[in-house]
Design a binder for this molecule. Structure first.
Ligand code: ADP
Ligand code: MG
Length: 375
């Protein structure tokens, strides 16, 4: 048995829990990996360019790690060229990354997008080129028109297999351009969210490598798994909880991670999540949030309107119209920050509506985040 080097150390190898670490074995994804193997490895081994694929599933369901795992298995084949990238940069940058992954030399002179593409086109002739665009939805939302022409190029090239990865289920709706729809025919590979038992298997396997024996109280892994199962089965969240809890424990010089560490880690995760979302809001959206959450109970639009413009006046800013305010309310409703209750007053008499904070968002955490961020 391994002996702990110092009292109060729980981590044997912390990097094992890092989200970027690719584990040597994947749990509970045999079906999905078999499907990917069938579509990719089997065809490549028979010298056929695989069909285009779209890997769809919620955040943390293992899409990225499983796709990388399968594609790694064919990297040794010298007819195969692979390029994996997170597609959230410009089209030019995407093409340059692909060129570099394909070992294509680009001269130092400035070359344009079309020239990079021509080089890629020439390099893939007679080869099997697999291009993986992870988080393809981000790219589709950002610069749609350019993206269509890029997808069009990829999917019309007989040597290229395009693999899109996304956690949005409405990607086909985003690819509305008829030209692209006709060329981007893809096979769907769906990743369902993990349940608590599966998350437990994943955490146990990773935990065995990451921690010294007996570093975790028996309740820790099941609790992390149960909490992550409630968050749409997100394995990244489960691993994050476990590693944050272990860090809290180590900081205090204790040798065993306990349930209370997980609870505290959960709270930290909640705070950082809310802060991440609040940072992205516009100044107007933040002021509106402040109005809704300081009151803390449901209000009529007239009350909210009055309070909103009050705050605007106090901070020396322009007031807004009713119309702008309803648009802001609709936006915050979409983000899940406010709830809008609509009640008919009876036939032909219009609708009353009320605005209130979302029950699942912790009021104090949100107000604290706003306090730091509203200037
Ligand atoms: P997605 O791309 O669907 O958002 P990831 O593939 O990035 O999810 O997985 C999130 C995290 O969970 C990563 O750290 C990954 O290594 C881990 N993970 C996901 N599925 C498994 C699995 N079946 N076995 C082991 N680790 C997994
Ligand atoms: Mg991913």
């Amino acid at each position: 048995m391994e002996i702990r080097s110092e009292l109060g150390e729980v981590f044997k190898d912390e990097k094992i829990l890092d989200p970027r670490y690719i584990p040597d074995s994947l749990q509970c994804r045999d079906d999905e990996i078999n499907k990917l193997n069938f579509q990719i490895v089997k065809r490549v081994n028979s010298n056929i360019v695989p069909k285009h694929l779209m890997v769809v599933g919620p955040t943390g369901s293992g899409k990225t790690v499983c796709t990388k795992h399968v594609v790694n298995a064919i990297k040794g084949n010298d007819k195969v060229m692979c390029s994996y990238l997170v597609a959230d940069t410009s089209i030019y940058q995407i093409l340059k990354t692909i060129a570099s992954n394909f070992d294509i030399e680009l001269s130092n002179r400035l070359i344009n997008t079309n020239e990079v593409w021509t080089k890629i086109e020439n390099a893939v002739k007679g080869q099997i080129a697999i291009i993986i665009l992870d988080e393809i939805d981000k790219m589709l939302i950002k610069n749609r028109n350019e993206v269509y022409s890029l997808i069009y190029k990829f999917t019309r090239d007989p040597n290229i297999c395009l693999i899109g990865i996304t956690n949005k289920y409405d990607i086909p709706r985003l690819i509305t351009d008829a030209r692209d729809q006709s060329s981007y025919h893809y096979v769907d590979i769906t990743f369902p969210p993990y349940n608590a038992d599966q998350l437990r298997d994943i955490l146990e396997y990773r935990g065995e490598q990451a921690f010294y024996p007996h570093a975790l109280d028996y309740s820790v892994v099941p609790l992390c798994a149960a909490l992550a199962a409630q968050r749409n089965g997100d394995a990244r969240y489960a691993l994050d909880l476990l590693s944050t809890a272990a860090n809290l424990c180590e900081e205090e010089g204790r040798a065993t991670v306990i349930e209370d560490d997980v609870r505290r880690a959960e709270r930290l995760a909640e705070v950082s999540l809310i802060r991440r979302e609040v940072v992205r809001l516009s100044p107007h959206q933040k002021v509106l949030l402040e109005c809704v959450y300081s009151k803390g109970e449901r209000q009529s639009p007239t009350e909210v309107y009055r309070e909103f413009n009050n705050l605007m006046r106090l901070t020396g800013r322009e007031q807004v119209s009713h119309k702008t305010l309803s648009e802001l309310v609709a936006e915050l409703e979409l983000y899940g920050f406010v709830e809008v209750e609509r009640k008919g007053r009876g036939r032909g008499r219009g609708v009353d509506f009320y605005i209130s904070p979302t029950g699942s968002v912790e009021r104090k955490v949100l107000l604290d985040a706003l306090k730091d961020l509203v200037v």
